[in-house]
Design a protein around this ligand. Sequence first.
Ligand SMILES: [Zn+2]
Length: 397
Amino acid sequence: MVEEIRQAPELAGPALARTVSELVAIPSVNGQHDEAAMAASVAKRLQAIGCDVQTIEVKPGRPSVGARLTGLGPGETSVVLNGHMDCVPIGDASRWSVPPFEGLVRDGCVFGRGACDMKGGLATQLAVAQFLANRRERFGGSLVLHFAMGEERGEPGTLALLEAGFVADLGVSTEPSNLELGVAVRGLLNLRVTIPGIPAHGGALDGSDNPIRHLPALLKAFEAEDLRVRKVEHPLLGTGTWTVTNVHAGTFASVVADRCDLIIDRRLLPGDSIEAVVARCEAIVAEVTGPGVGRVTIEDAEGTYEPAEVAADSDIAQAVAGAVEEVGGRRPTIVGMGYASDVRNLVNDGGIPSVTFGAGDIAWAHAFDERIEIDALETAARSLALFAWQTLSVVAK
Ligand SMILES: [Zn+2]
């Protein structure tokens, strides 16, 4: 089968590059163009391949697309490939040396916003679906495909697909992993601490309460908490962190502030629970400001990412690593992903053992002149095709 996969034109670099170019030319910046045009293009491609396709309106004008391709051979196993359709803004256009939404091919790369994060991954998903569709009578079970809205802001694009029944036994997020194998991902929680005050004229302080007076003790306590958190090390992810990223108080030079707000960026390791971190923050704030004074709220519930992890020797990790090695001759390194992604939805919400594997260097994601290497795209597509084939096929090896 490896030879057949190596020869398959639908998994070859030029075909993948063409798809990435076409997808980059459909701008899908989160909050700017949104995902509807991308979703329509993706759904059309999936229908042409022969998948059962469902478009789910997650937010107004912002759909996710789910698809299923069922083999005609025996077998019940299912595999999901997950990617997101949205991308981040281009930033200062004058800093780009290539047009950001044309999908220019040059120097063995496709350029443009979203090429790496992650229209390259979406192109590999479509290519794997095409490869299996061309051999439908030779595999069993089903290939499930996620094209999610809203990943860049932690919106429920993947969650909606899982809830609509696009679930599977094993999963791969095709986010850029530079062809290494991601088995663990840190989580992110932003907390807001609000200390109320009683405002007054700076020259007539009677009856006022300045909330800024709590800041020194609060910052000291948070620094101690950060040190405590950083003592726990994960072999692939390093440590969690507790960082005060924003402090705001006051509206006018001669007025005592009516409130003081701090925002904490808390990176989470697998095993950290969001409830426990919130409770910990509440305890620290109560100790510093007195009980019932300072308030702790989750700053962006939707933008909260739970950590996730599967074992390096799990079936899914071994199956993908084996396929990558057979195709490319090199066993991928087991890595932790420094950035949060929807793989946490697959693992935590879907209960689907899942890894991250895809072409592209994360250094190019969200960067000026974003790009993805075509050779790497081909390796990713052929590896995922072999993984899917080996997992779904019981009649041919
Ligand atoms: Zn991404």
